[in-house]
Write a protein that binds this ligand. Structure first.
Ligand SMILES: Cc1ncc(COP(=O)(O)O)c(C=O)c1O
Length: 248
């Protein structure tokens, strides 16, 4: 009886890449619309929303798109939904005639109806600079580099003996590697102290993201070596790494 299915294209915990076309087709066959969360795929791999028949999508631009902290989010709506979809956070920039200041709310035609209030222009300027770079980037090359980086990390960290939560198959992997260990939190903290910034997701995931545009193979080598050393030496057992911070 579900009306809407909301799914992450790349799962933020495990790094599993879902088959957007197949899942969308299945949802449609059961009468549900699909909203895709692209936060962990946009800028990391090619995303083909219209080819997959997706209905809606949302995403952030501060991760793989590199638009910086506080960069604006985005939304996508398939053309077939533009005329009737209502945006619950309606604001004057989504109005058909914002400067008429009418009593009634009349949504703009097309995707503009999804806008709400005034845009954060300083953050949008940083996003524009990032997108200017992306216009010159071949996403096929980005994906190839991402897979090569994550392959290398998987190969080098195997020695640490941690269980891997991320699929080994390329077709099912995003641009991250998630490893499992009950003491993942202090292990990540010990790595951060060495300058390797991963993060921890409860209950037991050590998560490493790979931004293909600027990350080098030597960075991956250094990070993997640090992880193997942290685990083997037990340096993560230092009590200062067990202190829980709000950001994990
Ligand atoms: C799955 C997922 N969706 C959305 C977001 C972004 O949320 P917001 O733009 O509110 O920071 C994130 C950020 O970590 C995420 O991992």
């Amino acid at each position: 009886d579900a009306a809407v299915l909301l799914l992450s294209h790349v799962d933020y915990r495990t790094g599993v890449l879902r088959d957007m076309a197949a899942v969308t087709e299945l949802a449609h066959a059961h009468g549900a619309l699909v909203v895709w969360d692209l936060c962990h795929s946009v800028g990391a791999l090619p995303v083909e929303l219209s080819r997959a028949g997706a209905d809606f999508a949302v995403g952030c631009t501060y991760k793989y798109l590199n638009a910086g902290p506080g960069a604006p989010a985005f939304t996508y709506a398939a053309r077939r939904h533009h005329a009737h979809a209502r945006q619950p956070l309606s604001g004057w920039h989504g109005h058909a005639r914002p400067f008429d200041f009418t009593e009634e709310y009349e949504p703009a035609a097309g995707v503009s109806r999804f806008l709400s209030g005034s845009q954060p222009l300083i953050a949008a300027a940083a996003l524009e600079a990032s997108l200017e770079l992306w216009r010159r980037v071949d996403l096929g090359q980005v994906r190839a580099k991402s897979l090569a980086l994550t392959d290398l990390f998987l190969e080098l960290t195997a020695e640490a003996g941690l269980e891997c939560a991320t699929p080994v198959e390329h077709a099912r992997r995003g641009s991250q590697v998630s490893l499992r260990h009950p003491d993942g939190y202090p292990m990540v903290q010990a790595l951060i102290a060495r300058g390797v910034v991963g993060d921890f997701r409860a209950p037991d995931i050590l998560r490493f993201g790979f931004a293909p545009l600027y990350l080098r193979y030597v960075d991956v080598y250094d990070a993997a070596t640090a992880l193997v050393e942290v685990v083997a030496s037990g340096e993560w057992r230092d009590p200062r790494f067990a202190r829980r911070a709000q950001v994990t």
